[in-house]
Design a protein around this ligand. Structure first.
Ligand code: ARG
Length: 575
C-alpha cells in the first residue's frame, strides 16, 4: 500500500502548486469504511495554504484523476465528497502487488528501515528481589518485550534491560531479619516466599523494637561501602529470587540483553552527587540531600538519605548517565505502571537541570493496573499473587479445553502452553496500555472473543488449510502464479487490503509505543479471514480460483505469524 500511496501522492502533487508530495503523503488516510474509498485526502487540511475551499480542491483533484485514468495506474476512479477526495483503487491491479510483497518478504513482511543506525533502550520488567513478581511486572514484561521486538522490526538497534530492584535499605532489613529468624534450609526451599515473610516479620517486630531499623540502615550502609560479608548474604538473596523470575521469563519467552539491577550502579553514584553539587542543585534538608523542583510543580527529588545512602532516584539518574555513555541511545524507554509517573518526571527533570540536552530522549511508557478479580487470585493482605501459579493454572485450563475440542491432537501439553501463555499475554495487550484491565479466565480464554486463542486458532486453521492445499496444488512452486490471480469476491479484496495495512500497524505501534495496535490488527485480520473463508470455498473451488485463494491464505498466514511473533505469542500449527 505504501508504494501505491506514494505514486498517488506524486500524481496529486502535479496538480497542487506549492504542496510537496511528502506533505500529501502524510495527510493521506486509509478509511476504515470501504464506502469512503481505499485512500482519502482530507482537503480542508490544504485549504489555508491553497486559499481554496476544501470542496473546490476535492473537486479539482477528482476531475483531474478521473480525466487521466489509465488501466495500469491502479486507480479505478475518484470522487469528491464533503471536502474529502476519495480514491478507489482497482483490485485487479493492486492485489498482485500486495500479495507479491508479502510472499517475497516472508518473515520480513511488515518490517521497516526507519530505525537503522539508531539505538533504543527499553528498561522493562524490573521486578524486585525478595518480593513476589506481581501482575504489574508481568504487564511491564509483556509490553516491554513487545516494544523491543517492534523496535527491532523497525530497524533500530534495541537493547532490553532488566533494571532489577536489587538495591536499597530493604536489603539491610532482610540481612538483619535473616540473621535473627532465618535458616538456610527454609530459604533454599521457599526462596522468595521465605524472603518475603522475613521482610514482613521485620516490619512487625520493628514496630516494637525501633532499633532494628537502625541496624538495617547500618547494614545497608556497609553494603554500599562494599562489605564482603554483607554482600555475600545479599548475593544469595538475589540468586534465589532470580531463579524464580527466570522460570517466569522462560514460560513467557522473554529474554534481556542485560540484567543489570540497581546495584550495578553502586559505584556510579558518586558522579551523580558530584555533578549535582557542582551545579549547585543539591539542597540539604534535615540531613538528607534533595533537588528542589518547586519551579516545575513537583515535590523534591530525594537523592541521598541522612546516612548518605542512595535512593531509587539516584540510581535511575546514575543508570541513565551510564547508558547514554555506553550505548549512545537515541531514546531510552521505561515501562512501568502509571503510579510511577511522578518519579520519572522528577528525575528526567533532574537530568535536564544537570545540563544534559538529551534529557528529552528519556521516555516513560506508563500502563494501567491489572486486576485479577475473576480469578480468585486477587490480592488480599497476606495472600500474595503467585504469578507462576496463575500462568500454570491458565495452561491447565487450556489443556482441558483442548481435551474437549480436539481430543486427537498430538502434543497437547505443548499447545496448551502456547495458548495459555498467549491468552495471558494477549489480555495484557488487548486495550490501550494506559487503561486498567481485568484478567478474567473466561474472557481471556474464549475462542470467539477478541483474544489470543481466537487469533491462534485462526492461524492453526489456516495452516491446516494450507497443508491440504499443498497436497493438490502446484501454486506454491510456480513462479508466475501471482500474475494469474483471480480473486473476484469483495471478501477477498477486503482481506487483501487488510493484509496491506500490516506495515502501517507496525509503524504506528512503534511511534505510539503501543503494542495493542498490533493485537487489535491481528483480531481484525483473523476476522477478515474468517469472513472470507465462510464466504469463499477454497478446496472445492475450480483450479484457478482455488490456487488464488491458497496464495491469499498463505499471505494471511505470513502476516498473522509476523504479528503474533511481534507481540510475543507463539503460532501453533495445530490446535
Ligand atoms: N523495580 C521497580 C518496581 O518494581 C521498577 C523499576 C523500573 N525501572 C526503572 N529504571 N526505574 O517498581
Amino acid at each position: 500500500m505504501k508504494k501505491l500511496q506514494r505514486t498517488v501522492a506524486d500524481k496529486l502533487h502535479g496538480w497542487l502548486e506549492g504542496i510537496e508530495a511528502e506533505e500529501i503523503l502524510k495527510l493521506m488516510e486509509i478509511p476504515s469504511d470501504a464506502s469512503k474509498g481505499d485512500l482519502s485526502l482530507p482537503c480542508f487540511k490544504l485549504s489555508k495554504k491553497l486559499r481554496k475551499a476544501p470542496q473546490e480542491i476535492a473537486d479539482l483533484l477528482a476531475n483531474a484523476i478521473n480525466g487521466s485514468l489509465d488501466s495500469q495506474s491502479g486507480i479505478a476512479h475518484a470522487e469528491s465528497l464533503a471536502g474529502y477526495l476519495n480514491i478507489y483503487l482497482d483490485p485487479k491491479v493492486i492485489t498482485p502487488g500486495i500479495l507479491r510483497d508479502i510472499l517475497d518478504a516472508g518473515e520480513g513482511y511488515g518490517s521497516h528501515q526507519e530505525g537503522i543506525g539508531k539505538t533504543i533502550i527499553v528498561d522493562f520488567s524490573s521486578p524486585n528481589v525478595a518480593k513476589p513478581f506481581h501482575v504489574g511486572h508481568l504487564r511491564s514484561t509483556v509490553i516491554g518485550g513487545a516494544l523491543v521486538r517492534i523496535f527491532k522490526f523497525m530497524g533500530y538497534e534495541c537493547i532490553g534491560i532488566n533494571h532489577l530492584g536489587d538495591w536499597g535499605t530493604q536489603f539491610g532489613k532482610l540481612v538483619v531479619a535473616y540473621r535473627l529468624w532465618g535458616g538456610p534450609g527454609r530459604l533454599e526451599q521457599r526462596a522468595i516466599d521465605e524472603l518475603f515473610s522475613l521482610y514482613v516479620r521485620f516490619h512487625e517486630e520493628a514496630e516494637r523494637r525501633p532499633e532494628l531499623e537502625d541496624e538495617a540502615r547500618a547494614v545497608f550502609a556497609r553494603m554500599e561501602q562494599g562489605d564482603a560479608e554483607m554482600l555475600e548474604q545479599w548475593r544469595w538473596f538475589v540468586e534465589l529470587s532470580l531463579s524464580e523470575f527466570n522460570r517466569i521469563y522462560e514460560l513467557l519467552g522473554t529474554s534481556f540483553d542485560h540484567i543489570t539491577g540497581e546495584s550495578f550502579y553502586n559505584d556510579k553514584m558518586d558522579r551523580v552527587i558530584t555533578e549535582l553539587q557542582e551545579r549547585d542543585l543539591l539542597e540539604e534538608d534535615q540531613g538528607a540531600k534533595l533537588v528542589r523542583l518547586d519551579d516545575y510543580n513537583m515535590s523534591p527529588a530525594l537523592m541521598l538519605k541522612q546516612d548518605g545512602s542512595s535512593l531509587y532516584h539516584t540510581r535511575d539518574v546514575a543508570a541513565a548517565l551510564y547508558r547514554k555513555d555506553t550505548y549512545h541511545f537515541h531514546q531510552a524507554v521505561y515501562v512501568t505502571d502509571y503510579s510511577q509517573s511522578l518519579h520519572f518526571r522528577q528525575w528526567f527533570k533532574v537530568v535536564e537541570l544537570m545540563g544534559y540536552p538529551w534529557a528529552d530522549q528519556l521516555v516513560h511508557v506508563p500502563f494501567g493496573r491489572v486486576s485479577l478479580e475473576g480469578t480468585g487470585f486477587s490480592t488480599r493482605k497476606g495472600n500474595i499473587v503467585k504469578l507462576e501459579d496463575l500462568l500454570q493454572q491458565t495452561i491447565a485450563k487450556v489443556r482441558e479445553i483442548m481435551e474437549e475440542k480436539n481430543p486427537g491432537l498430538e502434543c497437547k501439553d505443548e499447545v496448551a502452553r502456547q495458548v495459555g501463555v498467549g491468552a495471558v499475554i494477549f489480555n495484557d495487550l488487548s486495550s490501550n496500555r494506559i487503561k486498567d484491565i481485568v484478567f478474567d479466565w473466561e474472557q481471556a480464554l474464549s475462542f470467539e472473543g477478541e483474544t489470543g486463542p481466537y487469533v491462534q486458532y485462526a492461524y492453526a486453521r489456516i495452516c491446516s488449510l494450507l497443508r491440504k492445499g499443498r497436497e493438490v496444488s502446484e501454486v506454491f512452486s510456480q513462479s508466475n502464479s501471482i500474475e494469474e490471480l483471480h480473486l473476484p469476491e469483495s471478501e477477498e479484496y477486503a482481506l487483501v487490503k487488510q493484509l496491506s495495512l500490516f506495515p502501517h500497524s507496525v509503524e504506528s505501534a512503534a511511534v505510539k509505543m503501543e503494542p495493542s495496535i498490533i493485537s487489535r490488527y491481528l483480531v481484525d485480520t483473523a476476522q477478515a479471514f474468517n469472513r472470507f473463508y465462510h464466504h469463499c470455498p477454497v478446496m472445492d473451488a475450480e483450479r484457478k480460483l482455488r490456487d488464488s485463494r491458497l496464495l491469499l491464505t498463505e499471505g494471511v498466514r505470513i502476516t498473522l505469524y509476523n504479528g503474533l511473533k511481534l507481540i510475543g505469542l507463539e503460532a501453533p500449527e495445530r490446535m
